[in-house]
Ligand binder design. Structure first.
Ligand SMILES: [Zn+2]
Length: 470
């Protein structure tokens, strides 16, 4: 299976036991570590001549054992026919892949699609020929459902949905793209196989091209071209090479990884072409000061992140927050004014709201900034023995204006004047150079201390103040 989920031997045994030998009323299976389908629990044998109501009780009992986690269940149903005879039927249930409550997070939903729904189709992709337009419409339907359930902004970029999560996407797999990849892989496999029967199939496909029929080989070549790659199908060493580097041929086990990478690159290119959406995303990918690989770690590692949180944050990245500029220029739902509703002056763009707006700078920014700086401030004060304990980051305690001891002073929101200019509000002075140095190195910040006597005049203070104002 392309999803990498394998079926454990115990599942096969349990299946035979329930199907052929009627040893259990049910088998509950689960996916362990996203890798393996294993048996979670087995029901007792059904009582002799089990009635429908007794059967229902067994079902309810089984249901209690697991909450909203996805499960696969084989259940032996007993029911009364219209003619009052009792019948028994084994049913397969794929349990609660999309429950409505909040326990089911975004990661689970994407997993559900990638690992449960897609393999059902993927299995057939190796042998069946499907018109790409049909597959495209499956993708479109899937996106529609995601949009309708608040998983995606209706105007957000489609490519973003399919980008890997560490690039800021959602990691969904497109049915259409999977189909194309499968065709490429199967034609490569066909040209690696030395089995004489497979050589016949290969000949058959080659003949189909000559006759002008649809052929696996022709399709595969077309799909690799779409990924900016050429496919060379030589028996027994088929290979592919990127258009950018035609001399480097990729073959064997490397092909699979290479193709995935090309798909990601194609999606990245698509996002880069989207004038409206790309702005912050491209800035994030290109910023040398940010580690591009870690920027979106939260999306990959925060497994329980609710969908609405992710959707909301990605709307910020894609500039889809309904600012005045957005409603006038992007959606056209408003006319006229684009100036900021709060401050009046500048244009109401997302950047303005997030980082510039002077109306917000008075209050909201300061609150946010102080909440972060407070943590650092208390740590330093503790180190200098100005306070006894550091309140936790989430506490509502705010710093007092002045903390003083014989060797150190700390000011919070107190204007301090130097000879030239009034600077700063949040300051820490210490009489001992070492003490201060220790604090700052201990806190692992960029601040390096010079002589405490010079400290208040140094560039460093200005730097600190500047940082404070950001
Ligand atoms: Zn403003």
């Amino acid at each position: 299976m392309s999803s990498g989920v394998v079926v454990d031997q115990t599942v096969i045994e349990a299946f035979n036991d329930i199907k052929l030998k009627k040893r259990h009323a049910y088998v509950v299976m689960m996916i362990k570590d996203k890798k393996k389908i294993v048996v979670e629990s087995l029901g007792d044998k059904l009582p002799l001549n089990c009635s429908q109501s007794r059967n229902e009780d067994i079902f309810k009992g089984m249901k209690k054992a697991f909450g909203n986690e996805p499960r696969y269940i084989l259940f032996d149903f007993c029911f009364t026919r219209p003619n009052q005879t009792t019948a028994q039927k084994l049913a397969f249930i794929s349990w609660e892949l999309f429950p409505k409550n909040d326990n089911n997070n975004d990661d689970n939903r994407v997993t559900a699609s990638n690992q449960f729904a897609l393999p059902v189709l993927a299995y057939l992709m190796w042998t069946q020929h499907w018109p790409v337009t049909e597959l495209r419409s499956i993708d479109r339907e899937a996106r529609k459902i995601i949009c309708e359930n608040g998983g995606k902004h209706p105007l957000s970029s489609t490519a973003m949905l399919y980008l890997p999560r560490d690039k800021g996407g959602r990691g969904l797999r497109s049915v259409q793209q999977e189909y194309k990849l499968t065709k490429i892989k199967s034609s490569i496999k066909l040209h690696q196989n030395s089995d004489p029967t497979m050589r016949l199939v290969q000949k058959f496909e080659e003949r189909a091209i000559e006759k002008g029929f649809t052929s696996l080989i022709k399709e595969a070549c077309k799909y690799t071209e779409e990924l900016g790659t050429s496919l060379t199908l030589n028996y027994p060493n088929p290979s592919c090479s990127s258009h950018q580097a035609p001399n480097i041929s990729i073959s064997g086990k490397k092909v699979k990884g290479y193709l995935r990478k090309s798909v990601t690159e194609k999606l990245l290119e698509e996002v880069k072409c989207e004038l409206w959406h790309r702005r912050f995303l491209c800035a994030t990918w290109q910023d040398k000061d940010l580690s591009g690989d870690e920027c979106f770690n939260w999306l990959r590692d925060w497994k329980s992140a609710p969908t609405h949180t992710i959707t909301g944050l990605l709307e910020l990245y894609e500039q889809l927050t309904p600012t005045r500029v957005y409603t006038k220029l992007k959606t056209g739902t408003s006319q006229g004014e684009t100036t900021c509703k709060l401050s009046g002056g500048a244009t109401e763009t997302l950047t303005h709201v997030l980082a510039w707006c002077p109306a917000l700078a008075q209050s909201k920014y300061l609150d946010r900034h102080n909440a972060v700086l407070k943590v650092l401030f208390f740590e330093v004060c503790k180190e200098l023995e100005l306070v006894d304990s550091v309140p936790p980051w989430y506490s509502l305690v705010s710093a007092k204006p002045v903390y003083e001891s014989s060797d150190a002073q700390a000011y919070w929101d107190v204007p301090v004047c130097t000879d030239e200019v009034p600077i700063g509000k949040k300051m820490i002075y210490a009489s001992s150079k070492d003490a201060l140095k220790k604090c700052f190195t201990g806190l692992n910040t960029e601040f390096q201390c010079t002589d405490p006597a010079e400290f208040q005049h140094s560039e460093l203070v200005k730097e600190m103040v500047q940082k404070d104002r950001v």
